[in-house]
Every structure is written in structure tokens, then in C-alpha cells.
Design a protein around this ligand. Sequence first.
Ligand SMILES: NC(=O)c1ccc[n+]([C@@H]2O[C@H](COP(=O)([O-])OP(=O)(O)OC[C@H]3O[C@@H](n4cnc5c(N)ncnc54)[C@H](OP(=O)(O)O)[C@@H]3O)[C@@H](O)[C@H]2O)c1
Length: 270
Amino acid sequence: MKDLKRYGEWALITGASAGIGKAFAEAIAAQGLNCVLVARRLDRLQTLAADLQSRHGVVCRCVNEDLADPASAQRVADAVEDLEVGLLVNNAGLGYAWRFEDSDPTRMADMITLNCLTPALLTRLLVPGMVNRGNGGIILVGSVLGVIPSPYQSVYGATKAFDVALAEGLFGEYETSGIDVLALCPSTTRTEFFVADGMSEARAKRIMAWADRPEDVAGLALRYLGRKSRVGPWAYVGPALLARLLPRKWSIRLVRRFMKPYLQKDEAQA
Ligand SMILES: NC(=O)c1ccc[n+]([C@@H]2O[C@H](COP(=O)([O-])OP(=O)(O)OC[C@H]3O[C@@H](n4cnc5c(N)ncnc54)[C@H](OP(=O)(O)O)[C@@H]3O)[C@@H](O)[C@H]2O)c1
């Protein structure tokens, strides 16, 4: 991993209270960067902040925000106005698998705001400082479902395709400006995501048995930031390659066939 100090003194990580975001915060603080930790569960952020401060001697600032609120990006930017944020990790996200016609419209709107609007706005608000300094790093957490078709998770997949497209567009815009941009495309990762998603604990537990570790996924992104425009673990590489090689309709049908039995099992249990 290249020295993250090249991005300056401060990093901001959204969704730092759990999973991949927490792993990002730990890896970044271990390299001596101060961290702004953003999420809704303030108690968890404060516990993490105290731990990072005592283990790595860094300073942490906790920002308690609901990022599904369209006005939240501006409030987060205001909360760090006095800091030079050099490394931005747009990680907070929500997903769920359900038949499109059965999905809750409010939850859908929240997911689109949280996964798409807020990261785009927050990046827009923090990037001018990076441009002025001629230096910065931006990670957008997408998903393997942002690059392969996603029947029964159609809106989630679409939000993650947005994140990947945004990251790669910005990679192109800033490549010669000293700002590194990366789309991270995790596959199944051992976090609270699936339970937050409404999946039964029993099924989440089965999936977790073969999932990637969040620290490996976050570490991968930090290793490839500045070297690639998009990265994912091995469990992303196969499906992404297959989706590129197969005729599009075939890969859509393949994912549908894979997902349907799980969906039916969850519906039967609901
Ligand atoms: N786990 C996977 O298999 C997987 C696979 C592909 C992509 N991803 C992506 O990885 C990212 C991180 O997910 P994870 O797996 O680490 O899930 P996680 O363990 O459920 O963590 C999600 C994080 O996002 C925060 N968050 C959720 N809703 C929020 C809101 N409205 N406002 C502020 N913060 C919010 C949560 O904090 P609070 O609840 O405290 O607010 C938590 O810190 C997401 O973007 C997800 O789409 C995950």
C-alpha cells in the first residue's frame, strides 16, 4: 500500500460505524491520517474514534448524519469546513433484494439518495479543495452488482452502476490533476449489510461463511487507489468477466436463475 499521507492530514469516511467503512477507517488511521467518521449510530462512531485515537495517535471527528437526507451532504461539508480533507471514501450504502413491484417506494427513494445523490454531492463539495491543492484521493464504493445485471436487486444494482460510472468519469476528469479516483466493487463481504437489507439471519449467516473479509476489501481499494480506475476482489473478477463475454441477455437470465430460488425462500419465510 502506498503511503496515504500523500493525500494530506485528513480523511473522511462515510458509513464508518460498521463493515467496510469501519475497516477503511482502521486502515487509514493506521497510516496516521486523522479521520472524519460519518454515520447515524453516533455511539459506535465515538467508540471507534476513541479506539483509533488511542491506538494510532490520530484525531477523529464524528459526524452524526442520516445520509439518506438529500440535504445531508451540505451539512457534512459544513461540519468539515475548517479541515483539509484529502481522502474521501464514499462508502455508506444500503441495498435490498425484492421483486420490483413489491419494493417499498420510500425505502427505494432513500436508497437512491444514500447510494447516489449524497456521494455525488459530497464529492462535488469536497473536490474543489483537492483541485486547489492539486492533490487528493476519492473512493466510491460500488458493487459487483454495479457491473453485472441484477434482477430482483434492480434498483440497488442501478445505484451501484451509478457509483462505478461516476468514479470512472471522475477518474478521467482528474487523472492529470493529481487526484486519484477509484471505484471499489466488492462482492459478498462479511458485514451487517445483509441483515440491514432485511435478509433472514440464518441465510445471512450461510452467505457469510464464504464472504470476503471487510479489511481485505478496504485494503484492496487503498492499495489500488492511484493505480486503477476500478478494482474488486477475486469474487468480483469472474462474474464481471462473464458479464462482459456473454451476450447481455444470457447474463441477465443467468443472474435471474441464480437469484430466484433465494428470493422465493425469503418470500416463503416472510
Ligand atoms: N457487504 C457486501 O456484501 C457488499 C457487497 C457489495 C457492495 N457493498 C457496499 O459496501 C458499502 C458498505 O456496506 P457494508 O457491507 O459495510 O454494510 P454495513 O455493514 O451494513 O455498513 C453500512 C454502513 O453504512 C452506514 N449507513 C447506512 N445507511 C445510512 C444512512 N442513511 N446514513 C448514514 N450512514 C448510513 C451504516 O451506518 P449507520 O447504520 O450507523 O448509519 C454503516 O456504517 C455499501 O455501499 C454497500 O453497497 C457491500
